[in-house]
Design a protein around this ligand. Structure first.
Ligand code: GTP
Ligand code: MG
Length: 207
């Protein structure tokens, strides 16, 4: 698969203004600053389709992107960012949790983990949450360019163990700088789309 067309559709803070055409959705979750928005841009081969920043806390809403007019990418706020108020943190968490729990169109969660570090307690919690709701998950190891070649197998093992990664879930090494991990990720998406039947919404009948 190749991404030929990618466009921003809408920012949503709750489920009300999400698309209602039943197409499959893929969400990118993870800590603030782990590289979610950058990775979406990498997959789409676009510099600033999703807004990125070197300061954590850039993405603050659910941002929906239409891909090839066939499916959607959903960029979400990161967790674990110390520099926001408790109430904002809680509202971000609620936004993401509700989306994951309720959204029938959601077919795969890409959980981004910094390849250099041990997953945080929140990363582990997020993975457990995803599994509790029975969703397929792919771990995207980010910023592989910042890691020595020698350390990669060791870190892979460490992350796999810390998350208690389930048999069915895969890990993909990626780097935005080196444009690494694009095809492997697109293959995962293609595999999911093969079996997807778009949800049909009843027409809302006006009296
Ligand atoms: P929030 O929206 O705050 O949750 O962050 P985010 O996860 O969307 O992160 P974002 O894509 O904005 O990237 C954060 C920083 O990491 C930016 O400075 C990026 O340039 C950098 N970054 C992202 N991916 C990579 C990568 O593969 N390699 C390197 N070296 N830097 C990266
Ligand atoms: Mg972001």
């Amino acid at each position: 698969m190749e991404i030929k067309k990618a466009e921003f559709v809408i920012s949503a803070v709750n489920g009300n203004n999400l698309p209602r055409d039943g197409k499959a959705e893929f969400v990118f979750c993870g800590r603030s600053n782990v590289g979610k928005s950058s990775f979406i841009n990498l997959l789409c081969n676009r510099k600033s389709l999703a807004r990125t920043s070197s300061n954590p806390g850039k993405t603050q809403t659910l941002n929906i992107f239409s891909i090839n007019e066939e499916f959607y990418f959903v960029d979400v706020p990161g967790y674990g960012f110390a520099n926001v108020s408790k109430s904002i943190k809680a509202s971000f968490a609620r936004m993401i949790e509700t989306y994951i729990k309720k959204r029938e169109e959601l077919q795969m969660v890409f959980l981004l983990i910094d390849f250099r570090h041990k997953p945080s307690a929140e990363d582990v919690q997020m993975y457990e949450f995803i599994k509790y709701y029975g969703l397929p998950c792919t771990i995207i190891l980010t910023k592989a360019d910042k890691l020595k070649q020698n350390d990669k197998p060791k870190n892979k093992k460490m992350i796999k163990e810390a998350l208690n990664l389930r048999e069915e879930d895969r890990m993909i090494q990626t780097s935005v700088l080196k444009k690494e991990g694009i095809q492997e990720t697109l293959n995962v998406i293609e595999e999911v789309l093969k079996d997807y039947e778009p949800i049909v919404y009843e027409e809302e009948i006006e009296e």
